[in-house]
Design a protein around this ligand. Structure first.
Ligand code: FAD
Length: 412
């Protein structure tokens, strides 16, 4: 059997891992093709360090080609149509037929969904946004800094809280902290709700210990650009001087138009295999929808967080199962819902949450006490991710050994 093609849409975290794992496991006659509109790969966890001047933007990004194994074909093009019934995709003005399709197109930001937000807000959620925010923070003399989560769901449940904590530390270093009021506003009831109430309460305590106001259960309706006020539904207006937003997220338009997504816009998948309702079509990472037992709040069901660690581990499961199927072996890998997340706190410290998000009746996640070690773990992970060749293997070995010595299960 020859000439089979695995097509991967999106060369972000999940797409890269899936492509490399498939290339390693498949015979050379099988094609592994990645299509991404952007050949410049930015590592999102580092945006938060760019935001406080701890990284230059160029240190947080690399050429996607450096991260793909030889033999993976990369096409730089925008995917404009997915036709799962006909097993083909349109990108860059031509059609691409596939035998297996992996949709790894991530989540798009849509600040325009909230009137005034795009014009008013800085963000730590893009590389350029993080760099601009650092320029604004350096020049910010005094006043009210508001960090706002505009909508659920959003990428990386820790990131808005890390944003607030890192800004607090940066303002302290700059000497302006005592003249700044720092608050976080969110539709959630507690930080990181998918990690359970205990983790949420501990993070809330950490915020409060640093003088960061936590304001839950608030839905942003609009931003008044003239008066510089946040208008929440059923709540008093909140004035701000510097606004930092996690903008609303949505799935890429091509996904919403593909027939793969449900009414939420995201693609429902089998929680263990990541299979969609279409034969030989998988979706992973941020674009996938996996329901968890429990709720963010009474009217919002809980879903598996959008995080790179999940995209990574799901990609390995999919790659294993496609390779096994093509070799006539048992496709027996399953994603078990395990994940971990470093939470940067500033001052060279981080905490880490790790556990099983598929546990019933509720996710079972443990937040380890903060320390310098977890911060170094996050730096190590960044170096591993952005390196290539032997350096990457070295960083990976250090990560796995570091994990073992701390009792943390590091799956890479
Ligand atoms: C500030 C910040 C900090 C974060 N920190 C962490 C962290 O510490 N730990 C963690 O686990 N996660 C973290 N995340 C989340 C993590 O970055 C994402 O969950 C992860 O990147 C998802 O991987 P993915 O493969 O699903 O999508 P992505 O990595 O977003 O990749 C999607 C790819 O699809 C491409 N694409 C989209 N539409 C098209 C199209 N129409 N045509 C062609 N290409 C297209 C994009 O260019 C992109 O390369 C963070 C995110 C942010 C914003």
């Amino acid at each position: 059997m020859s000439g089979k093609t695995v097509l991967i849409l999106g060369g972000g975290v999940g797409g890269i891992v899936a492509a490399n794992a498939l290339r390693q496991q498949l015979k050379p006659e099988y094609r592994v093709i990645v299509i991404d509109k952007n050949i410049h790969h930015a590592f999102a966890p580092s945006f938060l360090w760019v935001m406080v001047g701890a990284r230059k933007p160029k240190q947080a990004a690399t050429d996607l080609r450096r991260l793909l194994k030889p033999g993976v074909e990369l096409v730089q093009a925008e995917v404009s149509r997915i036709d799962a019934a006909a097993q083909k995709v349109e990108a860059g003005g031509r059609e691409w037929a596939y035998d297996y399709l992996i949709v790894a197109l991530g989540a798009a930001l849509n600040p325009e969904a909230v009137p005034g937000l795009a014009q008013a807000a800085h963000t730590s959620y893009t590389l350029e946004g993080a760099a601009r925010l650092w320029e604004a923070v350096k020049r910010f003399p005094k006043g009210r800094v508001a960090v706002v989560v505009a909508r659920l769901p959003y990428k990386c449940p820790a990131a808005p809280y890390e944003t607030a904590l890192l800004l607090e530390a940066a303002l302290r270093n700059l000497g302006s902290r005592d003249r700044v009021q720092l608050d976080i506003y969110t539709p959630e009831l507690l930080p990181m709700p998918s990690a359970g109430p205990e983790v949420g309460s501990r993070l809330k305590t950490m915020l409060e210990a640093r003088g960061i106001g936590f304001h839950p259960n608030l839905k942003l309706g609009s931003v008044n650009l003239e008066t510089e006020e946040l208008l929440f539904e059923d709540a008093p207006k909140i004035p701000y001087d510097l606004l930092v937003a996690v903008p609303p997220h949505q799935s890429p338009a091509v996904v919403r138009e593909s027939g793969l997504a449900n009414e939420t816009g995201w693609i429902p998948v089998d929680p263990k295999t990541l299979k969609t309702k279409h034969q030989n079509v998988y979706a992973l990472g941020d674009v996938a929808l996996i329901s968890l037992p429990g709720r963010y709040k009474p009217d919002v069901p809980l879903t598996l967080p959008k995080a790179g660690v999940f995209a990574h581990l799901q990609a390995e499961v999919i790659a294993h199962n496609i390779a096994a199927e093509l070799e006539g072996k048992a496709a027996d890998a399953a994603f078990d819902g395990y994940g971990y997340c470093f939470v940067e706190l500033g001052y060279g410290q981080a905490a880490i949450g790790a556990g099983n998000f598929y546990a019933v009746p509720a996710p079972k996640v443990d937040l380890r006490p903060p320390g310098r070690l977890w911060h170094l773990g996050k730096v190590l992970f960044e170096q591993y991710w952005l390196a290539s060749g032997p350096a990457r293997r070295l960083w990976k070995t250090l990560m796995v050994l570091g994990g073992k010595s701390t009792g943390l299960e590091v799956k890479l």
